[in-house]
Design a protein around this ligand. Structure first.
Ligand SMILES: C[S@@+](CC[C@H](N)C(=O)[O-])C[C@H]1O[C@@H](n2cnc3c(N)ncnc32)[C@H](O)[C@@H]1O
Length: 236
């Protein structure tokens, strides 16, 4: 069972610290490298902004921050509360590279951001909101630091609805993935948590309603790759 409140925070931070070294490798392998496409689509949401920094929340090893730099050359503030994830991401950059120049990693809590109000034109959170112990509080913080007219893009796992694909996906998520990833990362619990947290997360309509309740405007969501993930957008 997934812990709640402060216990969930500690649990999540420990689990990501434990898999941080192999996180990127496993992410690619387990998603058959489709995760690159998902981050590419998410970054396209910020095409309209020609200047100003983007906030990448729950940035982990910063793969989405890197995609933002690669695709639209915006400076990125990358926040995560797991130091090891940020550190392993940073270790992959070359000195003086574009990533090192454009990305500022900050170790901080997404539910209590160490950032000023109305600071960012764009905010993104990929596979992070499901991991917050209080997603609604996280959304409130995102709205607080988002400029008026600015855009939030959330990328998160969802559950495919297709009646033929859904059982195959469930078998993969609950049986194959924890076995493969657990063996490679040597932390089976972390990947059992991944499966359980996807299974227990809100339906897309509920998360979209939560975004509206918190105060986001123009909230939309669309499934990607048969609904394995959903991309949500909203504005301040
Ligand atoms: C699945 S990883 C996603 C990493 C990255 N965004 C990506 O696209 O692969 C989720 C990240 O959320 C972070 N996280 C979870 N709860 C957090 C919180 N309250 N504040 C900041 N980071 C948090 C974890 O440390 C972890 O690095």
């Amino acid at each position: 069972m997934i812990p709640t409140g402060k216990e969930k925070k500690r649990f999540v931070r420990d689990k990501f610290a434990s898999v941080s070294r192999r996180y990127d490798f496993l992410n690619g392998l387990l998603s058959f490298y489709i995760d690159h496409y998902w981050r590419w689509v998410t970054t396209r949401e910020f095409d309209e902004f020609k200047q100003g920094p983007i906030l990448d929340l729950c940035a982990g090893t910063m793969p989405l921050s890197a995609e933002i730099v690669r695709q639209i050359e915006r400076p990125v503030v990358a926040v995560d509360f797991c130091y090891e994830m940020l550190r392993h991401g940073e270790l992959q950059w070359k000195n003086g590279s574009k990533k090192a120049k454009y990305i500022v990693p900050i170790c901080g809590d997404g539910e209590c951001l160490p950032l000023h109000d109305l600071k960012f034109q764009g905010i993104t959170i990929a596979f992070g909101i499901r991991n917050l112990s209080r997603p609604e509080q996280g959304l409130r913080e995102m709205l607080r630091v988002l400029k008026t007219g600015g855009k939030l893009a959330i990328l998160e796992f969802s559950r495919p609805k297709n009646r033929f694909f859904s059982p195959i996906y469930k078998f993969y998520l609950h049986k194959l993935l924890p076995f493969m990833a657990g063996t490679i990362s040597r932390d089976k619990e972390a990947y059992r948590y991944l499966a359980d947290s996807i299974q227990g997360f809100y339906e897309p309509e509920i998360l979209a309603a939560m975004m509206k309740d918190v105060g986001f405007r123009e909230v939309r969501h669309r499934p990607l790759t048969m609904g394995i993930v959903t991309l949500y957008t909203g504005r301040n």
